[in-house]
Design a protein around this ligand. Structure first.
Ligand SMILES: [Zn+2]
Length: 375
């Protein structure tokens, strides 16, 4: 409901600004400033207005408002650019049903029968789409021809504390982290907790615990830019008097470099095998999700850096450990993004905040990067 209100508000601001309001079959909502040449390609300035539950006001929204301001400024200045400029709010970035749904539809990564899956989650999302006036059968029609798009650029809050710690204004994103999630099921043998010898037990929980602890050490020692989160542990049968026969660990690992991510995945699976073998168990490692790491396009990062230099704004290159639409867009069109500082590194929290002067600086960097790319 709040999302629909935010979209209606945004559509009104686009109209007020005298820009062209556009929405596609996946509900991506945008404002367009047309170039004189109708056959010009489009530079997309994107982000998202949707939020997680109990979110802050800056994640996504600041990128949309900065984009709108850039288009208004270009229009007010009467500049005649050789590209259409489009500020675009992607549908369901946060993944009520599927993370980065809007950008996946726009880039043709959603299969037409995807929304027909009968599970409860998909049907709730279908219902939400219908409430928003979107026909779930038609979302794949949002696909665009990459030849019509010149590039993608996004301003976003950092959602971490690196810029604040370094006392810098802008983080130019070099790449967006790849993510891989696993469920690792350790299988041992149930037994009497009192009468079975303490030696030679095939205790599934012991192997799982060893794995969780060693995996963290391994990532810190051998994968300096890697991230690991073991998020859940389920133990069967979970009775005081019975040796655990099965332990299931769910985890997610992240790396900005695609090759290193693959190495990290192999190392985790090998470690799980070792831990299982050491306890006389078997382990089944099942990958449950995978998002490829994405490198940002040189031409976009260079335009952002030149813009920072031109405006004498202190900046640094850094990877993004959160997923963003630029990750999906990067396989479709040259894409880049940059961060402005988040106070205390806080995000997905109502206390999320970015100083107004940082928002202004970021918007100016965005404007000059757009002008740069349109030349
Ligand atoms: Zn976001």
């Amino acid at each position: 409901m709040e999302d629909l209100e935010a979209r209606a508000w945004f559509a009104n601001r686009i109209e007020e600004a005298g820009l062209f309001v556009h929405d596609d079959d996946a509900g991506n909502l945008s404002g367009i400033l047309h170039a004189a040449d109708p056959d010009a390609r489009t530079l997309i300035v994107g982000s998202h207005l949707d939020t997680v539950l109990n979110a802050g006001r800056f994640d996504g929204a600041v990128g949309i408002l900065a984009g709108l301001e850039v288009l208004r400024t270009v229009q007010d200045a009467g500049l005649n650019l050789p590209l259409h400029l489009e500020v675009l709010d992607f549908t369901d970035d946060e993944g009520t049903w599927h993370p980065m749904f809007g950008s996946r539809c726009l880039t043709g990564q959603i299969k037409p029968d995807y929304l027909r899956e009968a599970n409860g989650h998909a049907s709730a999302f279908r219902a939400a789409l219908i409430r928003a006036g979107i026909n779930p059968e038609h979302v794949a029609r949002a696909r665009r021809d990459p030849a019509t798009v010149a590039g993608y650029i996004e301003l976003h809050v950092e959602q971490g504390g690196r810029l604040e710690q370094m006392d810098l204004d802008i983080g130019v994103v070099t790449g967006i982290v790849g993510r891989s999630a696993y469920k690792m099921t350790f299988r041992g043998q149930a037994g009497h907790a009192g009468t079975a010898s303490m030696y030679g037990r095939r205790d599934a929980l012991q192997a799982a615990a060893r794995f969780v602890s060693w995996a963290h050490e391994m990532v810190i020692e051998e994968f300096s830019e890697g991230m690991l989160n073991c998020s859940n542990l389920e133990v069967e049968p979970g009775m005081l008097t019975i040796i655990p026969s099965e332990a299931r660990v769910t985890l997610e690992c992240r790396h900005v470099d695609e090759h290193n991510l693959a190495d990290l995945e192999s190392a985790l699976v090998a470690l799980a095998d070792d831990c299982a073998a050491a306890c006389g168990l078997t382990v089944d490692c099942k990958r449950i999700n995978r998002i490829e790491a994405a490198a940002m396009a040189h031409q976009i990062t260079a335009a952002i850096e030149e813009s920072c230099q031109h405006l004498q704004v202190a900046h640094v290159r850094l990877p993004s450990y959160a997923s963003h639409n630029g990750q999906v867009m990067s396989a479709f069109t040259p894409s880049g993004m940059f961060f402005i500082p988040s106070v205390g590194g806080l995000s997905h929290n109502p206390a999320e905040y970015s100083h107004w002067e940082d928002v202004v600086t970021g918007t100016n960097v965005l404007l000059h990067a757009v002008l740069n790319l349109a030349q």
